[in-house]
Every structure is written in C-alpha cells, then in structure tokens.
Design a protein around this ligand. Sequence first.
Ligand code: 5GP
Length: 346
Amino acid sequence: MRIEEDTKLDFKDVLIRPKRSTLSSRKDVDITREFTFKHSGRKFKGVPIIAANMDGVGTFDMAKAFLEDGNGLTVALHKHYALEDIQSFYKDNNADAVWYSIGMVKADEEKLKEFIAAGKAPEKICIDVANGYSEHFVEYVSRMRDLLPEATIMAGNVVTGEMVEQLILSGVDIVKVGIGPGSVCTTRKMTGVGYPQLSAIIECADAAHGMGGLICADGGCTVPGDIAKAFGGGADFVMLGGMLSGHDQAEQQITEEGGEKFVQFYGMSSDTAMKKHKGGVAEYRASEGKTVKVPYRGDVSNSLQDILGGIRSSCTYVGARRLKELSKCTTFIRVTQQINNIFGAS
Ligand code: 5GP
C-alpha cells in the first residue's frame, strides 16, 4: 500500500482569479477552437463541447438542435439506436455533428462493421468504457484504429498521464478523462475508485499535449463555471451529461408532479439503463449509476445560451480573447469548502 500525499483538486476546490484585460465585452471573445487531429488528420472547428453518449442527452434531436444552433457543438450518440436509424440520420444530416459510440461488447463491434460494410464509415467515433485501464481495451482501440484509419477516435475513460500516453500511442486522437465525477455515477461510492476531476484534467492534458494528442474532460460539470475551469485546466473538449439533460431533445417522456414537470435521467450503467437495454443487471456486476428526476428545462437552446455566455464571460474576466488562450490566462486559486458553500460555487 502507498499513499500519495499531493493534494488533488476538484472544480469546487478552486476559483479562477480575475486579471487585467483589454476586452470590453463578451462579444469580443471567440469560444471556438480549431484542431487538426493527430492520427486522422481531420480538422475540427467549433465550440469544443460534446453532449455525452447517454440516453436523454446523446440523441438525434440534440444533434439537430446543435446543427441549428450553428456553433459547432457535437453529440456523442448513445449506443442504443438501431442501425437503420443511425444510417438514416447520417444520410439526412451533417455527420460532422455526431460521434458514433461503441463500447467493447461484441454487438457494438458487429453493428459498426455492418455500418461500414453498407458503405459508410463514421468519421468520428467514441470508444467508451467505464475503465480504460485494461490491456484488452488498449488492444481493442488499436484494432479500431486499424479498422478505421481515417476516423477521428475519441476513447477512454482514464485519469492519469501514463494511460493517456498509452492510448495516444495506440491511435487515439482524443483521450476521454474522468473516472467517477459524473452526476449520475456511483463508481466512487461502489468501488472507492476515482480521481478529483480538475487534477485529472491538468495532468492528462499535460501528458496528451506533449504528444500532440488532445483530451476531453468528461463528467462533473454542474454549472458553466465548471466548464470554464475544465478549459482553464487544459481540456481541449468538455463532455456534458447532466447539464444537457431534461430538455425537449431528451427523446424521453416528460412527467408532471405537483404542477412541476420532470424528465428521468440515469447513468448508463444504472439499473434503469440495464433493464431498458440489457434486460437487467448481470449477476457478476453491481450497477454503478443512479436514476434521478431532473426538472424539465424546455428547449436546449435556452441552456446553451447560458453555457456559452458563461464561458465567454470567464474569458473576459481573465483577458482571453480566444478560448485557446483561456488555459494560458488561468490562475486557479485554492478556496475552502466553506467559501464555496457561502457563495454557492459548485
Ligand atoms: P455529467 O456531465 O452528468 O456529470 O457526467 C457525464 C458522464 O458520466 C458521461 O459522459 C459518462 O462518462 C459518465 N456516466 C454516465 N453514466 C454513468 C454510469 O452509469 N456510471 C458511471 N460510473 N459513469 C457514468
């Protein structure tokens, strides 16, 4: 047994220090990023926020709303759409807006191969497992790189630099970072495993950038300020689940209780998801996600305005004219839990 004594930080443990700035308005801030991916060589331009591949968030309707919004946000589609529906979405819409998601189960791989065989290889794929530390996962990722040499591959999740390097060497363009921070994730409670998300981002970004790779901070953002902290810590992309849940685009039923409207939101390894997609939780595993009711929030465009406005404002406070400069302009100050409680920071 070994104990690491270094302090590791979560979003709630820091604030971004304001700095003198020549920017007079949020309007002057450009929150899009441009990337050329290391392995695929493809280019990206847009706001680097990705809707998580979860039921109620990673939906076709969300992708259509993002296309309409025009800021270049993208959606990681959840894994449970039928192939015919995916094919017709790709045929009728700009596929640039979506990441095709797969896990490591055989059915996912077969569905992908069928998709490719029908003449359409996804340009962006998201290979998503709860624990990205297994050798089996690294081999799987390499196999996917061989299968799709021209696709941009995002894969994870991991939380430490050495695994980020391993995945980039195995053909990953964007390493997804986060174990345990998700709003409906119970991994930390069920297993005791995890890593404070801001430190994971800072350490993983450093490792990835040293190799020409990128990271996507996945999980734990509850307010726009958390997203700004993730970008400030070095994240290239940020993935959102809970913050994009509860909208018209959820493709879920809206319920009413005591005059309030709600939408169900659940982790993809919760009992609810297992029952819905797999007929129950397998005997050898426990569910590592929970089910919550989130207030119904109408069209996602309302929330997007808050999110994008918040990030623009963060950039203004520290003098970052472009999102790209936010990390360079960020000084985090450590704050105590007590201050967070008083001022309501997340
Ligand atoms: P949020 O933005 O809601 O805080 O986090 C979203 C992320 O939580 C997802 O992108 C995914 O990585 C993670 N997640 C989703 N469902 C589950 C689950 O059931 N269990 C765990 N451990 N993580 C989940």
